[in-house]
Design a protein around this ligand. Structure first.
Ligand SMILES: Cc1cc2nc3c(=O)[nH]c(=O)nc-3n(C[C@H](O)[C@H](O)[C@H](O)COP(=O)(O)OP(=O)(O)OC[C@H]3O[C@@H](n4cnc5c(N)ncnc54)[C@H](O)[C@@H]3O)c2cc1C
Length: 289
C-alpha cells in the first residue's frame, strides 16, 4: 500500500518544527528516522495531513555527558548512541544491540523510539531503569517529563500534539553499580516478547543499597519492578532472595495475551528475566553500568 496524501514540511530548526506543530496540531506528525512512522503511513495505520521533517534541524544532533547525566538530542541515531555507550554506558549499548537490526538503528533516532512508545521497546524500559526524562518543547515553552510520567498506553505518551521531543536524558550510574539486560524474542532483531533491565548497587557491608528493575513487552507501557526493588533493598543478596524479588515483581505485572504469547507465559518469562538480570547486576558490581 501507499500512504494517504500528506503535505511535507521540512523544518530547519526546532523552532520551525514547533511552529509547524502549533499550526497543525493533531493533523501533523513529526518525521525523524521514519523506521516506525513510514511503515505505519504505508499501511495507512497513520494518516497525518502534514509531516514535519526534523532531519535538517542540525541543532538537535548532539550527545552530551554532563554531571552523571547523558543528554541525547532528537536527531541522534540509535547506532550513534550504541557506539558512544559501548564503554561509557554498557546497559544502553546492550539494550540497543537488541533493538531491531543495524540498518534500522543507523536511521532510527533515540527520541523517535521513545516518542513512538511501543510497549516492547528496549529503550523505553532502559529510560525507566536509568530514571531518565525527556524534554518537550511546545508553543507554550519547554517542560521536562520524567520517564515514569511519560508512558500512558501503547503508542501513547504524555507529549502534546504541539510538542516536539527535543532531548532524551539518561542518568549515568556511578562506579559500583552493576547492570543486567535480557530479552526473549523469536529471532534476533524481532520485537521482544518480554525483556528486563536491572541495576543493583551495594553498601560497604555488602547489603543492597539500591536496585532498579524495568520490564518491557509485558503490558501497554514499560513497567518498573518496584516490588523487587523493595524486597532487595537493605538485604544481603542471596540467590533465594533475588528469586523471591523477581517473582514479586512479575506477579504485579498485567501482560496481555496476543498471537505471539499468552499473558501467563509472559509473566513467567518476566520472573525468569528479572532473576537473571538482577543476578547479572550483582555479579557486575564494580564495572561501569
Ligand atoms: C523491522 C523492524 C524491526 C524493529 N525492531 C524494533 C525493536 O526490536 N525494538 C524497538 O524498540 N523498535 C523496533 N523497531 C521500531 C523502530 O526501530 C523504532 O520505533 C524507530 O527507530 C523510531 O525512531 P524513528 O526515528 O525512526 O522515528 P519515526 O519512525 O520517524 O517516528 C516514530 C513516531 O515518533 C514520533 N516522533 C519521532 N521523533 C519525534 C520527536 N522528536 N518529537 C515528537 N515525536 C516524534 C513520530 O511522529 C512517530 O509517531 C523496528 C522497526 C522495524 C522496521
Amino acid at each position: 500500500m501507499k500512504p494517504a496524501p500528506f503535505d511535507y514540511l521540512p523544518a530547519g530548526s526546532a523552532e520551525e518544527a514547533v511552529d509547524a506543530l502549533a499550526r497543525h496540531r493533531d493533523d501533523a506528525k513529526v518525521l525523524a528516522g521514519g523506521q516506525s512512522l513510514v511503515p505505519m503511513l504505508n499501511m495507512r495505520l497513520s494518516r497525518p495531513a502534514v509531516l514535519v521533517d526534523i532531519n535538517e534541524a542540525a541543532e538537535l544532533d548532539y550527545l552530551r555527558a554532563v554531571d552523571g547525566a547523558l543528554a541525547v538530542g532528537a536527531l541522534v541515531r540509535q547506532r550513534t548512541l550504541e557506539r558512544w555507550a559501548a564503554t561509557a554506558a554498557p546497559l544502553i549499548a546492550e539494550a540497543l544491540r537488541w533493538a531491531g537490526h543495524t540498518a534500522i538503528r543507523n536511521r532510527g533516532t533515540v527520541a523517535g523510539s521513545i516518542a513512538h512508545a511501543d510497549p516492547a521497546s528496549e529503550l523505553g524500559a532502559v529510560l525507566l531503569c536509568l530514571d531518565g526524562a525527556v524534554v518537550a518543547r511546545g508553543s507554550g515553552g519547554e517542560r521536562t517529563i520524567a520517564a515514569g510520567d511519560l508512558y500512558l498506553a501503547p503508542l501513547t505518551t504524555a507529549l502534546r500534539p504541539d510538542e516536539l521531543l527535543t532531548e532524551v536524558r539518561f542518568s549515568l550510574p556511578g562506579p559500583g553499580v552493576g547492570w543486567g539486560f535480557a530479552e526473549v524474542a523469536r529471532r534476533h532483531g524481532d520485537f521482544a516478547l518480554v525483556g528486563a533491565a536491572a541495576l543493583l548497587w551495594r553498601d560497604g557491608d555488602g547489603r543492597v543499597a539500591g536496585a532498579r528493575l524495568a520490564f518491557f513487552g509485558v503490558g501497554g507501557t514499560p513497567a518498573r519492578g518496584a516490588a523487587a526493588e523493595v524486597t532487595l533493598t537493605g538485604q544481603t543478596p542471596t540467590p533465594a532472595l533475588i528469586a523471591e524479588a523477581a517473582r514479586a515483581a512479575a506477579a504485579r505485572l498485567s501482560p496481555d495475551s496476543d498471537l505471539h504469547a499468552t499473558a501467563e507465559y509472559r509473566r513467567r518469562v518476566a520472573a525468569v528475566l528479572a532473576e537473571r538480570t538482577l543476578t547479572m547486576a550483582l555479579e557486575r558490581r564494580g564495572e561501569t553500568a
